[in-house]
Design a binder for this molecule. Structure first.
Ligand SMILES: NC(=O)c1ccc[n+]([C@@H]2O[C@H](COP(=O)([O-])OP(=O)(O)OC[C@H]3O[C@@H](n4cnc5c(N)ncnc54)[C@H](OP(=O)(O)O)[C@@H]3O)[C@@H](O)[C@H]2O)c1
Length: 339
């Protein structure tokens, strides 16, 4: 995340990790990468597949299980470097799908590009995430964290529904795995529902909230979005949200040497972060867990909220942000014809 980390941020980051001490002592996973079935002829997208947990999902398992993998990321240089590294390690070549989740236009371009290459999408890992300590906004004027993590993934997923539908069979429904976080449970206690809609766009309230608060509510947003998505698309698509564990990776990696040192003491190695998302994406058990929240390692967790009223409220807000966009209208017509 390359940003200047103040003493407060370092303290917050360390607190973040140490608060979850109880999660450091969890039972060993019954699910390992060896349990991932062969994925020959399956098409998979991993957003943020060039780094951290996303790269571990691609590297440790997917390429070795023969899936056709798209790394959906914004930087060509970082994508190409990751693809080259994965090629050396697995002997398989992933493809780059250019995607900047902080721009609705870029999301449309990425979906168009994907639809021009593939008719089916079997598994979508909505893994990319940002934790910002700045006042930055997305290209469309949303809080960078909520706009990228929640609105961006919501819109990307909506535009991919036709391919997810085509890949779905009654025996093997297609899957959408949304990376949430334990932060979405305890990090947003300041807000009654856990979501303060007045902070999603620029506002005086937004400018007052701490980076972790914004991140936490975006991660809760990922879970609430998943629950509502499951209610709406559950006949064809299985969707779960996932806390991957406290994992050493770039989003949460502090920029100072001191905090890097502290973090190394409490975080799990990056490949372990792939276990629970992969369980969500590929285990037959998850056919019965639509809309659920999974936690480390490959276990059913308890979300902060599972309130259909909040789900509907968030969904309505998300839809309003993209309503009337020409490309979405086309996609909706296609989805209706596939129903
Ligand atoms: N690590 C943990 O302990 C932990 C715990 C709970 C939840 N999570 C969640 O797990 C997911 C992966 O985290 P991580 O730790 O592996 O993070 P990471 O190493 O920092 O990787 C984040 C990925 O997201 C991509 N990304 C950021 N902004 C983007 C944008 N606007 N458009 C497209 N891609 C974008 C990054 O691409 P660039 O290389 O271009 O920046 C990078 O590939 C996140 O959703 C995070 O919230 C992580």
């Amino acid at each position: 995340m390359g940003r200047y980390a103040s003493a407060l941020e370092i303290y917050g980051r360390f607190l973040y990790a140490s608060t979850f001490g109880s999660y450091l002592f969890v039972p060993k996973s019954k699910f390992t990468e060896r349990d991932v079935p062969d994925l020959t002829e399956k098409v998979v997208i991993v957003t943020g597949g060039n780094a951290g947990i996303g790269k571990a999902i691609c590297k440790v398992v997917l390429l070795e299980k023969n899936a056709k993998v798209y790394l959906a990321t914004r930087s060509e240089a970082r994508a190409k470097a990751a693809i080259a590294e994965l090629l050396v390690e697995t002997g398989k070549e992933a493809s780059w799908l250019e995607l900047d989740l902080s721009s609705l236009q870029s999301i449309e371009k990425a979906a168009t590009e994907f639809h021009s290459k593939e008719t089916k999408l079997h598994i979508l890992f909505n893994n990319a995430g940002v934790l910002s300590f700045s006042d930055a906004l997305t290209a469309d004027g949303y809080d960078i964290t909520f706009g990228t993590n929640v609105l961006g993934h919501f819109y990307f997923t909506e535009l991919l529904i036709p391919a997810l539908y085509r890949a779905s069979t009654p025996e093997h429904k297609s899957r959408v795995i949304n990376l949430s976080s334990q932060m979405g449970i305890i990090g947003v206690s300041a807000f009654g529902s856990g979501l303060d809609f007045s902070t999603f766009k620029d506002s005086p309230t937004r400018r007052k909230i701490f980076g972790y608060t914004s991140y936490s509510q975006s991660k809760l947003g990922n879970t609430v979005h998943t629950q509502e998505f499951a209610r709406r698309y559950g006949n064809k698509i299985i969707s779960v949200s996932v806390h991957p564990g406290q994992i050493s990776a770039e989003t949460l990696d502090p920029s100072s040497a001191l905090s890097q040192f502290l973090f190394k003491l409490v975080l799990y190695p990056t490949p372990m972060g792939a276990i629970t998302p992969l369980y969500g994406g590929t285990s037959p058990e998850v056919e019965n867990l639509n809309g659920e929240y999974l936690t480390q390692w490959a276990r059913l967790g308890t979300p902060r909220s599972n309130d259909p009223v909040l789900g509907k409220e968030l969904w309505t807000w998300l839809e309003e942000q993209v309503e009337g966009r020409e490309y979405l209208v086309t996609i909706r017509v296609e989805v209706a014809s596939l129903n």
